[in-house]
Design a protein around this ligand. Structure first.
Ligand code: GDP
Ligand code: IMO
Ligand code: MG
Length: 431
């Protein structure tokens, strides 16, 4: 019996969905604990791609119970859409999908407020996440919990519909999970977003409004920290970020950030820019190199389709993520995307404005924007590694790259992902 938290170690989209789907058969419950439908978690089943925004990524495994904990904010219309799609595929959800009666509900008014600021300073997904959490923390009148939907006769037809959608699934999920634990069942907690989007530990204010870090699993699911044995950090072999905010190792720096921000033109530009990804990845121009990596890694948001900003792996960030999450294991994803790039770099330390060196991740976004990453260079490898299934199938250069990560952060790598499909995975160490 093991209880494990899966948490994103960068700016989200690290491949948490794939990892959770992969681990799900060894667990009895899969639990989302933070965020809402700002998340987009991709999994492949029988060769088909599925993106979940709210429903936990274990749902295709019929022996699992799937739970939306009290820390999640729920847009009932998105929830309804996802359960309808699952039912259409023949998935049976009865008795195996539960929603916390303490979770807060995203209303159309929250979404409207968020959309108004979606294009503004912070660049949100516009899904109502910030306004819903703000109402919750402020205990304002527009804060509605799932339990409130059942509490009175609802005159508002939208809320009455929400009530009908959610009622069959609502329960005290903290009690359910603690009971399962008492019955020696194993629990898997699925983080949304990532450490650097966490409202306390991320690049504030360019963050989301919940605790994405591992600690969020306790408050967001109603379980105690003593229940957890493993914390698995999911890390892309490079870095991406969607939306605004500092990004020290970004290819092409400010030019790339502005280009991705203006995404109304970006899709067109990248189509026009018909050079293949492999050729762009040989460019000396960092901006073009970044477009190449985006194309090769298919780095376009699962939720908003926005182009993700791209950059080298940042070990200063990863060491910070290891600490604040208490990681016991790492899963490195998208290693295949780094194939056929002559030289790879990873950032080890930051050089600050006054030329001093920092091993630590600074608190203020202005300090982050001003620093210079200091890189180590590694030789790349030729060829396609997406068919590798054992650690020793990987080229020496790929293993050297992975071992340099382990050496730097002092947390062992347990999973190496070499493609989006579940079988494209190397289990290096049993989870
Ligand atoms: P999440 O939000 O952390 O669950 O990640 P997303 O699903 O938003 O984004 C990860 C993307 O990378 C998805 O399109 C996945 O199908 C894909 N993916 C996951 N692991 C790998 C991998 O090892 N290699 C490649 N090429 N793609 C991957
Ligand atoms: P998953 O779970 C990547 C980003 C948004 C924006 C900022 C705040 O798929 O990894 P919000 O709507 O939360 O107020 O937006 O956070 N963001 C994500 N980026 N992956 C996510 O989730 C994200 N959820 C929010 O782009 O910059
Ligand atoms: Mg995602």
């Amino acid at each position: 019996m093991t209880n494990t938290i899966v948490v994103g170690c960068q700016f989200g989209d690290e491949g948490k969905g794939k990892v959770v789907d992969l681990l799900a058969p060894s667990y009895d419950a899969i639990v989302r604990y933070n965020g809402g439908n700002n998340a987009g978690h991709t999994i492949y089943r029988n060769g088909e791609k599925h993106i979940f925004h709210l429903i936990p990524s274990g749902v295709f495994h019929s022996n699992t119970v799937n739970v939306l904990g009290n820390g999640v904010v729920i847009d009932p219309l998105v929830f309804e859409e996802e359960i309808r799609a699952l039912q259409k595929m023949g998935a049976s959800l009865e008795g195996r999908l539960f929603v916390s009666d303490r979770a807060h509900v995203i209303t159309p008014q929250h979404v409207e407020k968020d959309i108004k600021r979606a294009k503004g300073r912070l660049g949100t997904t516009g899904r109502g996440i910030g306004p819903t959490y703000a109402a919750k923390i402020a205990r304002s009148e527009d804060a509605i919990r799932v339990a409130d939907l059942f509490d009175s006769i609802l005159k508002d037809p939208v809320l009455a519909h929400f009530c009908d959608v959610v009622r069959p699934f609502a329960t005290d999920t903290s009690h359910l999970l603690n009971q399962m634990h008492a019955d020696e069942k194993s629990l898997l907690f699925e983080g949304a977003q990532g450490t650097f989007l966490d409202v306390d530990h991320g690049t504030y204010p360019y963050v989301t409004s919940s605790n994405a870090v591992a600690g969020g699993a306790c408050t967001g699911a109603g379980i105690g920290p003593t229940l957890i044995q493993r914390v698995l950090g999911v890390v892309k072999a490079y870095t991406t970020r969607v939306g605004k905010g500092p990004f020290a190792t970004e290819f092409g720096g400010e030019q790339a950030a502005a280009y991705c921000d203006d995404y109304s033109h970006t899709a067109g530009y990248e189509q026009e820019h018909f050079e293949p990804a492999e050729r762009l990845l040989r460019s000396q121009d960092q901006f073009l190199f970044g477009i190449g990596l985006r194309k090769k890694g298919d780095e376009y948001g699962a939720t908003t389709k926005r182009p993700r900003r791209t950059g080298w792996l940042d070990l200063v960030m990863l060491r910070y993520a290891c600490a604040v999450n208490g990681l016991t294991d790492l899963a490195i994803t998208k290693l295949d995307v780094l194939g056929n790039i002559p030289k790879l770099q990873v950032c080890n330390v930051y050089e600050l404005k006054n030329c001093s060196i920092s091993l630590r991740f600074p608190a203020h976004h202005a300090a982050l924007s001003a620093l210079q990453p200091v890189y180590s260079t590694f030789p790349g490898w030729e060829g396609d590694i997406s068919t590798a299934r054992h650690y020793n199938d990987l080229p020496l250069e790929a293993r050297t790259y992975l071992e340099a990560i382990e050496d730097s952060v002092k947390v062992p790598i347990s999973i190496v992902s070499v493609g989006p499909r579940p079988e494209q995975t190397i289990i290096k160490r049993k989870i």
